[in-house]
Write a protein that binds this ligand. Structure first.
Ligand SMILES: [Zn+2]
Length: 94
């Protein structure tokens, strides 16, 4: 009896893995409703493969966000400054 229940439980668990993995992006984007967030959080708590996938994705986003914050504006500013410098020396110089 409990064996039968266990089988069923595993099948549900596998399905929830697909579900959780498929929604990690939306989860991190904050696009999910509260019920779905709660379901995925509960799943991540007792499923280490999914938690690892989630951690990896979250970490990746942090790195990308940090890069966007730190590098791109600085790089863009440098480029704009370089272009302005060139325009200035080409146009207004001699
Ligand atoms: Zn899982």
């Amino acid at each position: 009896m409990s064996d039968h229940h266990h089988d069923h439980d595993e099948a549900v668990h596998e399905h929830r893995c697909d579900d959780a993995i498929a929604q990690i992006q939306a989860f991190l984007d904050g696009e999910l409703d509260e019920a779905t967030v709660a379901r995925i959080e509960a799943h991540l708590e007792d499923c280490s493969p999914c938690l690892e996938a989630y951690d990896f994705e979250a970490e990746l986003r942090k790195v990308i966000a940090a890069r966007l914050r730190d590098d791109v504006p600085g790089d863009l500013r440098t480029r704009i400054t370089a272009v302005l410098d060139r325009l200035e020396s080409e146009g207004g110089g001699s």
